[in-house]
Design a protein around this ligand. Sequence first.
Ligand SMILES: [Zn+2]
Length: 362
Amino acid sequence: MKREVFYPPVGIAHVTNKLSDLILYKYKGQKKVIINTSAQPNSSPHLGTITTLMTAFGLAGKIRGDLKVDTEVQFDELENSPAETIEYNGEIYYKDQRHSFYNQESKEQVNMRKFEDILEKLSIFANVPYSIRSYNEFQNNKYVRRAIINIVNEKKYFKELLFPSATDLHIRTICPACGLGKKTIKKLEEKHNKNKLVLKGYCPVHGSYEIKIAENNKEYVDINTQFRDLTKGIAMLEEDKENNTLTIMLDGGDWAGIWAQRMHTESLVKLGFTEFPIRFFAPVILDWSGAKFSKSLYLKNDAYKDINSAFINYDNFIEYYGEKGMKKLWNEVENWIEDPKKFFRNYSVDYFQMIMGENNNE
Ligand SMILES: [Zn+2]
């Protein structure tokens, strides 16, 4: 059934005619505008992940058209996300997507094939190039490493700001030999000075080890969402200066609001920054009750048994709606990008059911 859809003028949409107007205050003829977005390759992506990726490409296309500047999508792959947990002597350990395997292939490889397939398609739809950065590459970035050291040097402040309910900062190490890492951190075992951080780790198979973090070394460190969101902004600001680019962070709308202000902006101020990245947030896909459509919830308890399975993962989506369905979804997201009042809002699964139709023949 076709129903009427309303777009009440709210917040920023009320004062913005086109999305590209929102970047004019920082766009000073830089040679390229980069839209950065990220996802965990922990499964075949669901509808919300696909529409967020589409939003990144849509924005890149829109900005190129409006400002006549080269644009690119940079996709941050978060292969450091936990893929499995293993218990040793009553302690819970985890392995990330790169160190966890289906048969002979890492979960990262298996799931990234689906993401690459989507990125390829969207790059063609939008005629915008893209690049993929792994978490491994990200944590090697000297600005990211410098920021981690600086944060540990202001430990008390950042514990309260970034980890309001935890007992210490969360920075994880994984065993250099096998990739096992401890799941929860009650106390961060570390030594630091202004230029170096040494983390102590323990592997139930390979014993104790140390990870040294300096600006220019490469020993692997796993940081969680708060740290990553913040250090990504820092690396972006610094590299934009070096490369004469302008990078925009694009995340799902559930990261807007208090998260963006407190974890990101207030931390940047404490670390001495007076400029902040431009952030856009893609519409969130909601279930009937207004809750975010969530993969982890679905995987855990069969929460979405009444929802069209095409929306639950990309393989189902293609099987059900085909390539034509991807184009239809893309056209929908492009519509959001064209009109701020369609962009600064969320959409329900029921709405998608209505626009996508019952099958690929519609
Ligand atoms: Zn080990």
